[in-house]
Design a protein around this ligand. Structure first.
Ligand code: ADP
Ligand code: MG
Ligand code: ZN
Length: 543
């Protein structure tokens, strides 16, 4: 096959190809031999049509990922001399914002290609179709391997994740979507790759030029297009023990009926003890035009004065609905706070969930902490929340409501919680969920997730496992944060694994110390990637 490789497109674009990163070989599921579904075949044909120059270089074999914003394909290419190379082709949805695309590409070209950060080989464009060609890394499904990983593998996984995060953070990139499906892991080759900079943002001193533009552009966009952002600085949680009027929400547009019945959360913004309210946090920063359209249509609209921070709230706009579950008309006329928000609710840091406008690389460390929590507890997803307020409530059940409230104060957010939820001991929690009994220091059974919406759970769970899992759930429902949440609440899917005992009977305190420092509710004191790599938990692993 002929290959004059490099960026191939019919118009110039702000990216430059980097040289080969790593070449994959052996021990892979053979995608070529997969029987292609008719839909996949059609998609591949369409891609060849949309970006014809791909056909000169690649044989597209299969579709390996399909998300809201992209489709990823496995292709092979005969490059110069040597064997066929496997390439991942990420086809971005045509409605993606050009700056957003260029920024994603720049993250890959500038920061990628080393330290477990995915690199890029080429980029193709035809009209509004952009395809990013990356080295292909065959990877495991996190859920499939979660409970068969040895403790040593978990250590290595986390170490390599921090290596990747240290790298991107050094470039002033906040990834903002750190989760297992964006951190590819090849267990056999012990290779790792952080992918998907589709939501990335720059720190104030970012070295990725286009990220500077992404942030301002997106924020400007959201300000001009959405004249209805809610200023959210106050959050209140209420359970069944809370006053009855909770269930008799005022007949305002903002008495949002949430999918769960026993938790009511409101966000308020206040100054000098006087507070204003909003009803629901809203996505402000959309990564793509498509998302923007979607979020606009789903958000609760308030109107009022646009303001950037809580401190700029004019005193004339205070009201008397503070600490009640009502939203008064003054509060209904508030503007929404503009704060970047992205990612998957279950992985979002408290400062993201409460829409703190100053978000740093610390948000990625929180997400890494949630991954670590899954690895230590054997539950994935650990937090399963359909919206931010549910996610925040779930965090409280693990980290404590008082602690969460205190931390939120440090970044200018007030949270009201009608019932106190104690913080949990992380070791006890993880051991319970993993099925390690303190009396019998070994695994008692396959680990089960308590997702209430998974029909297989009730079928397969045995009494012992059910008992183990009920403990945190009872606690949760006692605090009424999850009960009735049709979205499953805090839980993971039930799966059966060959559990590896290796190391799990003696998880060192350092593991939970690191977890505690990652799940630090206060972003200012949360451990950084660089510090995490030096944590005693990783003693003996070298960079
Ligand atoms: P999206 O923005 O749609 O989430 P991602 O960049 O995360 O797109 O890619 C989606 C999926 O495609 C990933 O979760 C992964 O399974 C697969 N994928 C992406 N890049 C690669 C790659 N370089 N090698 C192998 N698989 C990849
Ligand atoms: Mg992704
Ligand atoms: Zn009010």
């Amino acid at each position: 096959m002929e290959a004059s490789l490099g960026i191939q497109m019919d118009e110039p674009m702000a990216c430059s190809p980097l040289c080969d990163r790593f070449q994959e070989e052996g021990s892979f599921k053979n995608h070529e031999q997969n029987f292609k579904l008719p839909g996949v075949k059609k998609d591949i044909e369409k891609l060849y049509e949309a970006v014809p120059q791909l056909g000169n270089v690649f044989k597209i074999k299969d579709k390996i990922g399909e998300g809201t914003f992209s489709s990823v394909y496995l292709a092979t290419a005969q490059l110069q001399v040597g064997p066929e190379e496997k390439i991942a082709l990420k086809h971005l949805i045509p409605t993606s914002h050009p700056v957003r695309i260029a920024a994603e590409l720049q993250c890959l070209t500038v920061a990628g290609g080393q330290d477990n950060v995915m690199g890029v080989k080429y980029c193709f464009r035809k009209n509004d179709h952009v395809v990013i060609a990356m080295p292909y890394l065959e990877h495991e499904s996190f859920l499939d391997i979660l409970n068969s990983l040895s403790f040593q593998e978990v250590r290595e996984y986390m170490f390599n994740l921090f290596k990747a995060l240290k790298r991107v953070h050094q470039f002033g990139i906040v990834h903002r979507d750190v989760k297992p499906s964006n951190f590819l892991y090849n267990r056999h080759l012990k290779k790792y790759a952080l992918v998907d900079f589709g939501l990335a943002q720059g720190t104030h001193d970012t070295k990725i030029e286009l990220l500077k533009f992404v942030q301002s552009e997106a924020q400007q966009g959201s300000c001009s297009q959405n004249k209805s952002h809610v200023t959210g600085n106050k959050i209140s949680l209420s359970g069944p023990g809370a006053p009855k009027e909770l269930d008799q929400q005022p007949t305002t547009k903002t008495s949002v009926k949430r999918p769960y019945t026993n938790a009511q959360i409101q966000i308020k913004q206040g100054q000098n003890g006087k507070l204003m309210k909003q009803s629901k946090s809203v996505d402000v920063l959309s990564r793509k035009l498509a998302t923007k359209k979607k979020t606009i249509s789903t958000k609760v609209t308030n109107s009022g004065v646009m303001r950037k921070t809580a401190s700029s709230c004019p005193a004339s706009l205070t009201c008397d609905c503070y600490a009640t579950d009502k939203v008064c008309s003054i509060c209904l006329s508030r503007w929404q706070q503009v704060a970047p928000r992205a990612g998957t609710p279950g992985f979002r840091a408290p400062e993201v969930l409460t829409k703190c406008p100053n978000q740093t690389t610390a948000i990625d460390m929180w997400s890494a902490g949630v991954i670590f929590l899954s690895l230590l507890s054997g539950r994935y997803p650990f937090y399963k929340a359909s919206d931010d307020l549910t996610a925040l409530a779930q965090i409280m059940t693990i980290r404590g409501s008082r602690e969460t409230i205190q931390a939120a104060k440090t970044f200018g957010k007030s949270i009201l919680c009608s019932k106190e939820v104690p913080a949990q001991d992380l070791r006890k929690l993880c051991e319970k969920l993993r099925g390690i009994d303190s009396n019998t220091p070994k695994l008692t059974n396959d680990v089960k997730g308590p997702a209430s919406n998974d029909p297989t759970f009730s079928e397969k769970t045995d009494h012992k496992a059910a008992h183990l899992i009920q403990t945190p759930q009872a606690q949760l429902s006692g605090n009424s944060l999850y009960e009735g949440d049709s979205n499953g609440g805090c839980g993971g899917r039930f799966t059966t694994y060959t559990t590896s005992l290796e190391g799990w009977d003696e998880v060192p305190d350092e593991a939970y110390d690191l977890l505690d420092k990652l799940l630090d509710l206060n972003p200012a004191s949360r451990i950084t990637a660089e510090e995490a790599l030096l944590h005693p938990f990783f003693k003996g692993i070298s960079l």
